[in-house]
Design a protein around this ligand. Structure first.
Ligand code: IVH
Length: 674
């Protein structure tokens, strides 16, 4: 592989991993890695993309600012985008940031404002002619949801402002739920048998995004304003500090814990101080925001990507606590993986009661030497599902038990196996009800077929009642069968049927991801679609052929082959196809192109054209541009000073073309297409 190909492969791999973990975290609520590990993946991807900007694609996870707006609310286009902030996790990161910005505007005097980073939801409020006209979420940064009616119920948001306010302006701030409010809300929800909110941020987001503003009104939401987004008709104050005082004078709620800092030492002292005292606050913060005070300097420093250079978020280190590990439970996932989790004696860590923690696999449990009955150190990094750092060995009594994965699946009692080189134990029974149910939940979930209204709960009830056995059965649900479900009225049933209908048109890549082929994430699914224009075509692909696709390795290839060998899987696909679910793609590389099925390798220096340019042409004509000469190579294109590839090609009897012959061949092929 050439260096570029290695990098491309890594980039694709990182994107797939990030998307996968993102989905586990945000959609499935079941992360497998810590925040820090997730951040490390993102940092590596960002670095590679910075070094190779030609590899950046609009759907790269680095290009995401926030969640996509949901159309149930109207869409609001932000006149100036709402951006995110780069993170600093240590004093060294703050130093590096300072060095970067002072280097960009040398000889300038800097002062800073340190503010609390409130853990809530970013909102933008627009005022026109002294009245609140629009309240919106950040959404993807450029467009958000119109939640005006909901924000109007937040008592600390002024509905009108005095005549000293600009004619038209927008303020930005963080809507949040005080800790007590969250406890109260969760108590109510527990009493009603509703699922609890994991943290104040989710609760705030859930509250402002209620379709019924009366529900929002009952939630004890509050807001702190932290910026003037834009304004018309006034001379805006010259510093951030003065802007905040001005906004306070207009009636906005500004956090009182703002500090003006003359230098970096004061900034750091402020950050460390709050890391110690954060529990004293009645609301959650996840760090501080350090901002350059002068607005002129802010403008001069500008942005890089989605982040302003003039501000940085200092994130607190994780919060830890100790408690007892009462037992280890096991969850069976959709691929049959046995996922162990810790059952803890409830403990309050950073204001949140922790009762469960992720344990990744048996090896990990043994590596950390965690035993049932141990006192363990539990860590909560931000809003992540807590992790067990390790046992408190000094508190052992001798009665602790070493954990072993069960030999039989806890759900169907079939044999438990562990593949060579795999960390996970799996239930060997592909018909295991746990797998079947998890597969259905995955199929309907957001990143997959995105069937609105068909969430985990409904899938579970339908499955338990025997109305569905696999995802293919979802499309045979009827109005009557749905009406038999708990809390399902005429209207909800009609909505579910409409969502199912809508999901039939999802792109092929979504379907490939949704059916749950082992080791295939969203990214790999989109790569496959570029080569196969239907599920049928994919099901017929051979191992060699699959392995020939850049960024597809043996794990994915074997996963695909194994998937289509199982009759249960092909039955599901048949059901989906009969129901009219889209099985085709228009994006696919055509198989009837002049270079289809032919692989070219280029070696040596070319005189007339760039190598990359030629590789693009080869692909556009349906061919494959390889890097190494193998038996699969059809042609070797030789430029000046060819290397060892020429000798290898000659030994293998591969056809050799010089640059002109090759260009002639390309031209003829292009002419044939016209
Ligand atoms: S300033 C362009 N100040 O943190 C910079 N943000 O990624 C805009 N946040 O979702 C952000 N407290 O909603 C700023 N005092 C504060 C903040 C704050 C919380 C949130 C913000 C955004 C995230 C930054």
């Amino acid at each position: 592989m050439t260096e570029v190909e290695i990098i491309k492969k890594r980039v694709a791999g990182l994107r797939e991993q990030i998307n996968y973990h993102n989905h586990r975290y945000h959609v499935l609520d079941s992360p497998e890695i810590s925040d820090a590990e997730y951040d490390a993946l993102l940092v590596e991807l960002r670095k590679l993309e910075e070094a190779h900007p030609e590899l950046i694609t609009p759907d790269s996870p680095t290009q995401r600012v926030g969640a996509e707006p949901v159309s149930a609310f109207g869409i609001v286009v932000h006149p100036r985008p709402l951006l995110s902030l780069a993170n600093a996790f240590s004093d060294e990161d703050i130093d590096a940031w300072y060095k970067r910005i002072t280097g960009l505007v040398p000889g300038q005097d800097f002062d800073f404002v340190c503010e609390l980073k409130i853990d809530g939801l970013a909102v933008a409020l627009t005022y026109d002619n002294r009245s609140l006209v629009t309240g919106a979420t950040r959404g993807n940064g450029y467009q958000g949801e119109n939640i005006t009616q909901n924000l109007r119920t937040v008592k600390s948001i002024p509905l009108s402002v005095p005549s000293t306010a600009p004619a038209r302006f927008e303020v930005r701030g963080e809507a949040y739920l005080p800790r007590k409010g969250l406890v109260r809300l969760n108590e109510e929800r527990a009493a009603e048998g509703q699922p609890l909110f994991a943290n104040p941020r989710n609760a705030a987001a859930g509250s402002v995004r209620q379709l019924d503003p009366r529900i929002t009104a009952r939630r004890p939401l509050d807001i702190f304003i932290y910026a003037l987004g834009w304004s018309e008709g006034i001379q805006a104050p010259p510093t951030h500090w003065e802007t905040m005082q001005y906004l306070r004078s207009l009636g906005f709620k500004i956090n009182p814990n703002m500090t003006r800092c003359k230098n970096l030492d004061e900034v750091k002292a402020c950050c460390h101080g709050w890391a110690e005292r954060r529990e004293e606050l009645p609301y959650d913060i996840d760090g501080l925001v350090i901002k350059v005070n002068s607005i002129a300097l802010q403008e001069e420093l500008g942005f890089v990507g989605h982040d302003p250079r003039w501000a940085i978020a200092y994130k607190f280190p994780a919060v830890q606590g100790t408690t007892r590990l009462l037992d280890i439970g096991i969850n069976v996932g959709r691929t049959g993986s046995l996922n162990p989790y810790a059952i803890l004696e409830p403990v309050n860590i950073g204001g949140v009661t922790i009762e469960r923690a992720a344990l990744h696999n048996e090896d990990d449990i043994h590596r950390k030497d965690i035993r049932i009955g141990d006192w363990v150190l539990v860590q909560r990094a931000g809003e992540v599902i807590p992790e067990i750092v390790g046992p408190v060995v000094s508190r052992r009594t001798g009665g602790e038990k070493v954990f072993h994965m069960p030999a039989a699946c806890p759900v169907c009692h079939a044999e438990v196996i562990r593949g060579e080189g795999e960390a996970m134990h799996r239930c060997a029974n592909t018909a295991c009800p746990a797998q079947a149910l998890e597969s259905i939940i995955h199929f309907a979930s957001k990143g997959a077929m995105d069937i609105d209204g068909v969430g985990e709960k409904l899938c579970r009830s339908l499955f338990e009642k025997g109305l569905i056995k696999d995802s293919g059965d979802l499309y045979s649900l009827t109005h009557d069968s749905l009406l038999g479900m708990e809390r399902m009225g005429e209207k909800s049933a009609a909505n579910v049927l409409a969502s199912l209908e809508k999901s039939k048109d999802r792109p092929l890549a979504r379907l490939i991801f949704a059916v749950g082929i082992p080791n295939i994430g969203e990214e790999t699914a989109s790569i496959l679609v570029q080569h196969y224009n239907s599920i049928g075509a994919l099901s017929k692909a051979g191992r060699e052929e699959l392995m020939g696709i850049p960024s597809i390795g043996p794990k994915v290839s074997d996963g695909i082959l194994a998937f289509f060998r199982q009759p249960q899987n092909t039955d599901i696909i048949d059901k989906l196809s009969k129901a009219g679910v889209n099985m085709q793609s228009a994006e696919t590389v055509r198989r009837d192109l002049p270079f289809s099925g032919r692989e070219f390798v280029i070696t040596g220096k070319l005189a007339a054209s760039g190598r990359q340019e030629l590789e693009v042409k080869i692909r556009a004509l349906g061919g494959k541009a390889g890097s190494d000469v193998t038996k699969k190579t059809g042609y070797l294109v030789v430029g000046a000073d060819p290397g060892a590839k020429l000798a290898r090609a000659q030994a293998l009897g591969i056809k050799i073309l010089n640059e002109n012959e090759f260009l002639q061949m390309v031209k003829e092929a292009e002419d044939r297409l016209k």
